[in-house]
Design a binder for this molecule. Structure first.
Ligand code: SOE
Length: 386
């Protein structure tokens, strides 16, 4: 297929800057699409870090002020891959300038910001997407397919965990490059916005809207040095751990748990769904597999089966390798980008868009509020799944 060029302006050169750059470079090698991203400009404040990043990934030019990037006529898409406290201003300015907007998760620092951003992209009528990349793990997309096919029937339970262990040491500083996730003024929250936002996005997609939540959070290390000023110590404002109960609007019950203090757990993102006719279980540390229990089989063959999600019949896998050859983390961004580019051709908005991510943000806000009030809080998220 001959494709139209789509000029990308990426903001941020960290972990997500790399993941997104890689997706732009590879997407047309594997997917047959009507659009082809051009790595037009990379933007960040620190020129000395930005220049080698841009050179390495093949960005044609650089900008050190995101406002200048947005002003450029040769940029079609603004991709926000910088820390959370900048998402709001950049997204609104980009939408008002008529640019398409892609934004890293979580959408914003809180739901009020998220709402303003959502209204901005909707008023401007610009295509938008939030990089909740785990929806594009083929096994998670397959879970969605099995649920939509009715294989689980009525859903009773949803059980999610998102565990890491990289902040246990009291010597880990907060703020600054890579460690902004520990600074509440930059991140907005701790594991709730960073990790549980993924779990909530997946849950809303698979099961539907959440009605209300009751939560507890803990900050285990109360004070940390600043990365950029090691002699200065500041109270820690993020939640190190969070656990909450939720009721979905369809009556299903859920538990969610997240921490960065689960020694030995590096990036364990799991969920289990129990339904009337069957169950499914997923673990990101075995991302190529989906566990499925089908109660409709004859009694004597009941048992959990492991589906190796690498066949051409499985979501996205016809674009990758031969059966049995697994794909990994980076491919989830490529799959997401392919869906975005395809949506420009079909005119069918890609999910999750800003409005979908706003629902997740509202659940996060309700969770954090509930941890403070120690009572149930309404999640104010829509009736249907996103
Ligand atoms: C945090 O450590 C983090 O990098 C998250 O910010 C990402 O969203 C997650 O995919 C991996 O872990």
């Amino acid at each position: 297929m001959s494709s139209k060029k789509l000029n990308i302006g990426l903001i941020g050169y960290g972990f997500m800057g790399r993941a997104h750059s890689n997706a732009y470079l590879k997407v047309n090698k594997f997917f047959d699409l009507g659009y082809e991203p051009v790595l037009k400009a990379a933007c960040a404040r620190k020129k000395e870090k930005l220049e080698p990043f841009a050179k390495n990934w093949g960005w044609e030019s650089i900008e050190t002020d995101w406002r200048k990037l947005i002003e450029r006529d040769d940029i079609d898409v603004i991709d926000i891959g910088c820390p959370n406290n900048l998402h709001h201003d950049i997204a609104i300015a980009a939408a008002q300038a008529g640019k398409m907007v892609l934004c890293e998760k979580p959408l914003a620092m809180n739901a009020a910001e998220g709402l303003a951003m959502t209204e901005a992209v909707e008023q401007a009528g610009v295509p938008n997407m939030v990089w909740f990349n785990y929806r594009r793990v083929p096994a998670i997309s397959l879970a969605k397919q099995l649920i939509d096919e009715g294989r689980l029937g009525r859903v009773f339970h949803y059980r999610a965990k998102y565990l890491q262990d990289w902040t246990i040491s009291t010597d880990v500083p907060q703020g600054g490059e890579c460690l902004w996730r520990l600074d509440v003024d930059v991140a907005g929250s701790g594991v709730t916005g960073d990790l549980l936002a993924h779990s909530i996005d997946t849950a809303l997609w698979l099961i539907g809207g959440i009605d209300k939540v009751t939560a507890m959070t803990e900050t285990f290390v109360k004070e940390r040095a600043l990365q950029d000023e090691p002699d200065v110590r500041k109270p820690v404002g993020i939640d190190d751990a969070c656990a909450f109960l939720a009721r979905f609007k369809n009556g299903a019950l859920a538990t969610f748990e997240s921490t960065r203090y689960a020694r030995g757990r590096k990036n364990q993102n799991t969920f289990e769904v129990n339904g009337e006719r069957g169950s499914i279980y997923f673990d990101l540390e075995d991302a190529h597999q989906l566990q499925y229990y089908d109660n409709r089989l004859d009694d004597h063959v009941h048992g959990w089966q492991t589906i190796l999600v690498t066949d051409a019949e499985h979501p996205y896998m016809d674009k990758w390798w031969v059966p049995g050859c697994v794909i990994g983390y980076e491919h989830t961004f490529i799959n997401a980008l392919a869906d975005f580019l395809e949506s420009l051709d079909t005119g069918e908005p890609v999910r999750p868009g800003f409005r979908d991510a706003l629902a997740t943000q509202r659940v996060c806000d309700a969770v954090l509020k509930s941890a403070q009030t120690e009572s149930w809080e309404m999640a104010e998220c829509p009736e249907t799944g996103t």
